[in-house]
Design a protein around this ligand. Sequence first.
Ligand code: SF4
Ligand code: MG
Length: 314
Amino acid sequence: MSALLAIEDVRVEYRSRERGTVAAVAGVSLDVAAGEIVGLVGESGCGKSSLARAVAGLTAPRAGTIAYDGRPVTPLGWRRRPSVDVGLQMVFQNPYASLNPRRRIGSQLADGLPAGPDRARRVADLLDRVGMPAEAASKYPHQFSGGQRQRLAIARALAPRPRLLVADEPVTALDASSAAQIVNLLVELVRDTGTGLLFISHDLALVRQIADRTAVMYLGKIVEVAPTAQLWDAPRHPYTRALIDAVPRISAEPTLPAVLAGEVPDPANAPSGCRFRPRCPYAVAECAVEPPVRATGAGSVACWLPDPTVPEGR
Ligand code: SF4
Ligand code: MG
């Protein structure tokens, strides 16, 4: 079966006067199948959002390919994207990124609908799917709470019947109960419609609850991908293990356990060889060379450690 989304060796670079060329995404491969939830986790600044923007066609990758349903994603710029006939939709942390504050909800949702009669009824159906009353159509975004606005942004994303949703920290700005409702809504939609979901979050515990597979990103690279249960039961990469160890403290602000003391290196000065090397308690001489990506059952890991699981107490 071919993947709905196929990301192949993608590199996203930014140029800045002070720091020169910075590779925010330094060669990432990942795919998402129809009806699959893939979680992408990592500390802030690891390149998750840069990858999401490239997938959405908002940033042109410097190298590599991104294919949606077998066709390359062409960077068009958000405003120039055709608003219908787009099978790939984004949900952002800030719902105002996809809702216009000056237009009524109903007309914004109608914009996203494929052409056809009876738009008012279809707008009401969309609102119903995200648990909002039909009367919401005549209101403006500011008349709703943050959680409600995120529901409306999801309704907007669902209007063109996307086959793939990319949600970048969709609940990070919400209180716990709104966040739980939005997460349940997204999972329900995926299960009901077979939409693929790339769910990007710094919250590993949340991703554990919903993702079929989890990918762990560190400093522009994916260091491990595995079915979520396998990742938690037997994390292969020292960074994955450290993130899992940090989970009880990760929900509010991601903080790292002692083993990860020290700053996340600046991607402008990424270490040579394994990028995790300066923080890794297991580093050996060969880690000065970039580790190959090896298969681990249904997943893969990029680490020189020969043993499939990290040795305890080494
Ligand atoms: Fe640590 Fe070496 Fe594995 Fe990198 S390759 S995570 S430095 S053991
Ligand atoms: Mg981000």
